[in-house]
Design a binder for this molecule. Structure first.
Ligand code: ASP
Length: 476
């Protein structure tokens, strides 16, 4: 068992061939030279092969060509899905074990409260900044006023039925009769953690395969806290078992990541081969607005954060997290990227396991800056398109909603869409207009997920440094 008072980053004996090969690691001098090609390079090659093959197939044959449809349905989609599901399969045991061990490792309730508070304050401030950036670029560029009416009609026709289905799904839930505080209680506290993990939501007929991460995390945090209050002789076997579970999960990720380059090629092929490339130019202003917002937040705000709060050179930071960024980009899922993020943060940034266990696992669901930014941009864009002039107060309301969206949106592909639909309905904008952006959503989802997970890593380095842990393997 790790000594909870030991402030050195926990080392992970089981991860011999994962990130060690991807980076210079904490201490460039002492680490073994990587064997073969680094993982991030292999993933990058897979990504490039997928894009080139997908775009070539799309241009040469067309997205609806039976051969393209067959290849996607029988080869690339199953392989991509295999990889995604393997990663998602490991999320529940990994989050549970890393959170319980992490919280028990922090060891003291006051310190945990401090870490939790810093994490919460950081999330709020950085999410608010992302939304302000998003709304500012959208108000400046005004992409909604630049959409050609013929393009608009074409998109509404092409994606209308898909949009109608999604609107029906997002709005069919009857508005809850619970008061605000009651909703907070139910959102945070599970009455049956197993049902939460199984995706069974009270009052909803449909069972999902997305576990309720907030419930799982609250249960794990409570277990970890209580473990620190019980005699160590009693809790040691359980904590040792959970530590073992964590290490085994890490080993499984090692194995899964071996197929990452192939799977990423398939995922990218799926996204590009059947994608109407014409959509990118038709919605160029919207895409450019969202990408500009993402870039400003990623390279401006995150760089300032790691520079001033974590004392890490931003270029060094981004260099060390590139495997995480590539995984997020290819999977469009913060949850599926969480296992990689936990490993990279510990091994490449030197953030100790007890901080990662808390900040990254909570952040994967609750700190989604790219999502918050995108939700704000999209609602404003569609309002502009519908000719609705939103007042400054309404825009502040949208900002508030978008920040909540960043906290409440699940870390899975396209999770923003239902939230945007509800926001549109709330502001009197026709929710069916979501059809306009559905075609480009996947590409932008890949980009916003990179921001989501990178933001969790900036939070982890900030919290670790402010708690006095040395980062990047430096001595204090
Ligand atoms: N795909 C995003 C994520 O997993 C969520 C979203 O749709 O914005 O972080």
């Amino acid at each position: 068992m790790d000594d909870p008072n030991d402030k050195r980053p926990a080392t992970s004996g089981a991860h011999d061939n994962f990130e060690r090969e991807t980076t210079t690691d904490l201490d460039d001098e002492t680490v073994d030279k990587p064997k073969g090609m680094p993982l991030h390079t292999r993933i990058f090659i897979g990504l490039s092969v997928g894009v080139v093959a997908g775009v070539a197939a799309n241009m040469a044959l067309g997205g609806d060509d039976p051969r393209v449809v067959w290849t996607v349905a029988n080869i690339t989609e199953p392989v991509g899905t295999l990889f995604l599901r393997l990663l998602l399969m490991i999320v529940v045991p990994l989050v549970f074990s890393s959170l319980v061990v992490g919280v028990a490792g922090i060891g003291d309730v006051r310190k945990l409260g401090r870490v939790g508070l810093k994490c919460f304050a950081y999330t709020l401030v950085i999410s608010a900044l992302s939304v302000v950036i998003g709304l500012t670029v959208t108000n400046t560029i005004r992409p909604g006023e630049r959409v050609d009416p013929a393009t608009r009609a074409g998109l509404e026709e092409r994606y209308g039925s898909d949009a109608a289905k999604r609107v029906a799904d997002a709005t069919k839930k009857p508005a809850s009769a619970d008061s605000g505080p009651m909703q907070v209680v139910k959102t945070l506290i599970p009455s049956n953690p197993l049902a939460s993990v199984a995706g069974i939501r009270a009052g909803e007929e449909k069972q999902t395969d997305t576990p309720d991460m907030l419930h799982l995390m609250l249960f794990a945090v409570l277990l970890g806290i209580a473990a620190t209050l019980v005699k160590p002789q009693v809790t040691a076997p359980l904590l040792a078992a959970l530590q073992a579970l964590f290490e085994i999960c890490c080993k499984i990720i090692d194995i899964i990541m071996k197929v990452a380059p192939f799977a990423v090629a398939c995922l990218l092929f799926n996204n590009t081969a059947r994608f109407g490339l014409d959509l990118l130019s038709a919605l160029a202003w919207f895409v450019v607005t969202a990408l500009l917002g993402f870039a400003l937040h990623m390279f401006g705000v995150y760089s300032l954060s790691v520079w001033f709060l974590s004392r890490i050179n931003p270029i060094e930071f981004f260099r060390r997290i590139k495997t995480v960024m590539l995984t997020a980009f290819s999977t469009s899922s913060s949850n599926a990227t969480l296992p990689t993020a936990l490993r990279v943060s510990e091994e490449n940034l030197g953030v100790p396991r007890e901080i990662n266990g808390f900040v990254l696992t909570v952040g994967a669901t609750a700190n989604q800056n790219g999502t918050a930014l995108y939700e704000g941009v999209t609602v404003l864009f569609l309002a502009q398109l519908a000719g609705i002039d939103l007042t400054i107060w309404q825009q502040l309301g949208i900002a508030y909603f978008a920040i909540l969206g960043g906290i409440g949106t699940a870390g899975v592909p396209s999770a923003s869409i239902p939230f945007i639909i509800v926001m549109l309905a709330t502001y009197g904008i026709n929710p069916a207009l979501i059809a306009i952006i559905l075609g480009v959503d996947r590409i932008l989802d890949m980009c916003r997920t990179v921001l989501n997970v990178s933001g969790d890593l900036t939070a982890a380095t900030y919290v670790a440094r402010s708690e006095g842990f040395p980062l990047l393997g430096r001595d204090k």
